[in-house]
Design a protein around this ligand. Sequence first.
Ligand code: AMP
Length: 442
Amino acid sequence: MNFEQFSLDPRINAGIKNAGYTTPTPIQQQAIPVVLEGHDILGLAQTGTGKTAAFMLPILQRLTKGPLRKVRVLIVAPTRELAEQIAQTSVTLSKQMKISTVTVYGGVGKMPQVNALRRGAEIVVACPGRLLDLIGEGQIDLSGVEVLVLDEADHMCDMGFLPDIRRILKHVPAKRQTLFFSATMPDDIRGLASDILKHPVTVQIGMIAPAETVSHALYPVPDGLKTKLLLTMLQQSEIERALIFTRTKRRARSLAETLGKSGYRVSALQGNMAQNRRQEAINGFRSGEYDILVATDIAARGIDVASVSHVINYDMPDTVDAYTHRIGRTGRAQLTGEAFTFTEHDDEPMVRAIERVLGSPVERRKVDGFDYGGAFVQTRPASQGYASRQPQSSRNGGQNSSRAPQNGSTRAGAVTETTTPESKPAKSRRRRPYWRQQGTQA
Ligand code: AMP
């Protein structure tokens, strides 16, 4: 199976080569022929599946004919980072073509975007707020749009962009092709999709669950020992490039500081940062200047960094969807990755919810030689049949993993259950579960 089968323009095939793709991913195999035929698409696919090229390649094929220097394709995305990544994919794939791609998002000066639009562009990748600004000021003409792409629609909904999307739709011709992508399908997203898509072909990649190339493990640990445990794991395991998630901006900042003081090449990424500092952190992680990026969910949305070997949930995410999206940052495009989650006693309900989505229990691991201060008292052997969905490495307690150290020091294969230390009654340790807390996110 290769890209030749789609009979794309030779300049696009050159772009595919330029991007280094050799084999279409499953979503590309499914979606490209359907988009080339002009159908609307309802794509249920998470980031990391190759969905950007799945819509971009047939879009470029359309742009090989017809007028130039007018906006014919509008791609709407929830975050600046995702918009930049989509634009970058467009530029890479269209390198041999005379196509211009312009990004439109807030937090940066408006004039360069306006000037780029005035020079003429076929593809606009936009975040809703700034796009509506420019529409209101008459700086962008969307009357010639032939293809509308809504990417990460569920995130746009989470971020409160749904009314903006409906406003934008009023400025785009009704006769168009619409490509709609979402990793999850809550009711309001389903409603929007059915309002704006015409006889869509549904393209679904696997279950709506974390990528199958990722193996998952839980590390039960009390909150006060998380940093120590992380430092021990970083020393003991082959964690090459890690994206670490914390619950709050403050925790991201202070954890990055601690790791930096311990000699790690690390940067923080959180919502309060100015756009140029955010971009510097992302670019630094992408280029290898930093091995570790500590981020909050919102700040990390949509960031695409190839070859993240580990996603570490220093704090349990608020929702199963957030877990899916965090984990989607590793195991991308057929590479394998590992997802480690630190769990506290009160995280158990969320653990069970994640296990339900994964369809199997997740391995509980204990780091040998680490002083848990008596928090772990009960272990049982790792023979309790892990996920058929999980790679071999994790089904076997991680001991066959190519990333596992030869002495197996951090993959003891012991399944550990957390129990409350006997000296502290459960009640005194209780705090409100994260998923019920408000306003703790970046
Ligand atoms: P996406 O789901 O669009 O965010 O893509 C995830 C990652 O997969 C990006 O880094 C892409 O460059 C990469 N990618 C997309 N298509 C392919 C392909 N056919 N082969 C290898 N990598 C790909």
